[in-house]
Design a protein around this ligand. Structure first.
Ligand code: RIB
Length: 301
């Protein structure tokens, strides 16, 4: 099964801070690093490092050439990635001593996708292929409609959550991969069981992968719920932990792996990424994850 990821590519400006800047406060940073990132790019790289056949579609700006190179050297097909005039999308990320982060986005090239580009790319995919989407590009609802008409399975990571997500018909999705905050924003429930029941009742065919931060994750489909705890690591930077999880999760699904195994592997990959700095640079390859599965311990729930 091929994975087509129509997604963002960002240049991440990461500032090390004692604490996240408060309204009205000015703070001297402890350092700046510039990393490749973007939820789209991170997830494509994670899925490719997990062994999937991944195609990344979208737009980079005049300054985004190194992002395309990284995708390619990570094993992602970039035939459907276009360079457009103007600046690449970027993110300003504050990372605290505890590894927590806070992100400001500038869409730039990520908002330059055209309907013609979408139609051209989708000509090369059909039923049996999996489309992956996040919410950092324009035309999200159009892409869902066209891909659904073609019979593709669609996986949505509705992150970051905003009014564009409300334009999407969730009945056309096969997978929803989200965290607790996003689930609460969509369902109106903060309680985990109520959240899962909401999606099950409204969209019985939707498979939901809910990540719960330090409490692990739960996978739900029409027949079962599977839970997995987190692996214990010292957190230095949580940026891209969710993206790593999503890429590894979908790569496992695309490979037809047993779901319990898929969420175990995705949890381990995500934990490894938290122990390293940066977004894309923190995403582990399959060898490191396999080693982690043998050596790392889970934190019992
Ligand atoms: O999920 C992490 C990503 O979110 C960062 O790489 C940043 O670019 C933002 O899009």
């Amino acid at each position: 099964m091929k994975i087509l990821n129509f997604g963002s590519c960002n240049i991440d400006y990461v500032y090390a801070l004692d604490h996240v800047v408060a309204a009205g406060e000015t703070q001297q940073s402890n350092g700046l690093n510039v990393f490749p990132g973007g939820k789209g790019l991170n997830q494509s790289i994670a899925a490719a490092r997990a062994g999937a056949e991944v195609y990344h579609a979208g737009c980079i700006g005049e300054d985004g050439g190194f992002l395309a190179e990284l995708l390619q050297t990570s094993g992602v097909d970039i035939s459907y990635l276009q360079q457009v005039d103007g600046k690449n999308g970027h993110a300003i990320i504050q990372v605290t001593k505890d590894g927590e982060n806070c992100i400001v986005l500038y869409a730039g090239s990520n908002a330059a996708i055209t309907k013609e580009q979408v139609d051209d790319v989708l000509k090369n995919f059909g039923s049996g292929d999996l489309l992956l989407l996040q919410n950092e590009i324009n035309l999200l609802d159009y892409i869902v409609e066209r891909a659904y008409e073609k019979g593709m399975q669609i996986a949505l990571n509705p992150s970051p959550i905003d009014e564009n997500i409300a334009k999407i018909d969730f009945a056309k999705l096969s997978y929803l991969i989200l965290n607790e905050v996003e689930a609460a924003a969509l369902s109106g429930f903060t309680d985990e069981a109520a959240n899962l029941a909401y999606f099950q009742q409204r969209y019985p065919k939707l498979k939901v992968m809910l990540t719960l931060g330090k409490r692990g994750c739960i996978y739900q489909d029409g027949e079962r719920q599977l839970r997995h705890p987190i692996f214990a690591v010292e957190a230095v930077d949580t940026t891209a932990a969710g993206d790593t999880f999503t890429g590894y999760f979908l790569a496992g699904i695309a490979a037809g792996m047993d779901c319990a195994e898929v969420i175990k592997r995705a949890s381990c990959a995500s934990a490894i990424s938290v122990s390293k700095h940066g977004a894309a640079p923190s995403i582990p390859d399959l060898k490191s994850v396999e080693y982690g599965l043998k050596t790392m311990r889970v934190k019992e729930l």
